[in-house]
Write a protein that binds this ligand. Sequence first.
Ligand SMILES: [Ca+2]
Ligand SMILES: [Ca+2]
Length: 349
Amino acid sequence: MVKKIFSILPVAVLLLMVVPNLWGRAAVNAQDKIKFQSKSANFTPKYEIVSHHIGNIVLAINNNGTFGTGFAAGVLIDHFTGQTVPSCEFPKNSHIRYLFAGAFWIGAVVGRDTLVSVAADGWSFTREFNPGPNDTIIKRSIIHPDAPGYDKAISEEDYIMKYNDTITQDIEPDYFGRPHIPLNIEVTQRSFAWSYPYAKDFVLFDYSIKNIGISKLKNVYMGIYVDGDVYFEGGTNTSGYNDDICGFIETIPADFKGCQYIDTVNIAWIADNDGDPIAQTTFNEQSPTGVTGTRIIRTPADTWMSLLTGGLVIHLLWTSVPENKAEKEDGKNLFEILEPAVLALPKEM
Ligand SMILES: [Ca+2]
Ligand SMILES: [Ca+2]
């Protein structure tokens, strides 16, 4: 008998940009960067890459569960435009980079085992999420009424893609040498971007996570791994990512029409240590004076946290739904009521 196993967790993540002053210092191991895996799969994944570029932040998105170019599986050519894709550029066309790569992680208890699947881990060759053989990326936009999918478009630049962790052949074993054991997760990832003045500096991600296996997944944890690098690409300033700093900011003082209050933001951020001035206090168009950050903005989980380690950010979400609560009356799984919902999205004012 096949157990009832269907569950979906919609999660939304925001990648954003702000521009304050900078200080401090941190370092990462340059030798551990850019590791790609050559795999012959149980099926041939249809790897594609696209970029969000409608706003002022240009961000590469891969259909292997990663974003940025550091963990891309194929050539860095946008599937729709044919243009070379930068990892994460801000402002647009500045050649200032803010990201090596980011990746989706998920873990759960399956029977007596505890399994984790990661789209990528920058300190190993492990790449455990892949698109299916027909999983081409879909693009939609609210600004092109004649284009396919216009009626379903959410933003000026929607990308919809699917990937799963079911391939086992030639997947790099984990740190302890154990072969990849799939959780049998299929992710439908939607990302959205706008050109509006108040929305051009961020990209929204919405993850719908489906259990496509036959085992119940308990104590599900999800993570967003981010390895940022902040530098001007191609210039004489070669400080690169070795001088970057990162942190986590929970609240900021805010003012709305004269009413002061403390706003909760919970942003994990990364920046260059000093903005790479060309003189002591002089900056030019090659100076990375911005800050990129990620935050969780919606989750079915009741708890989440962000970890910072060696320049990396890992957002973790998890549920604490008791097992006996996971199946509701009339046989419905608790998560069935958490179907992907329409986001509270910005509209042109
Ligand atoms: Ca730097
Ligand atoms: Ca610097």
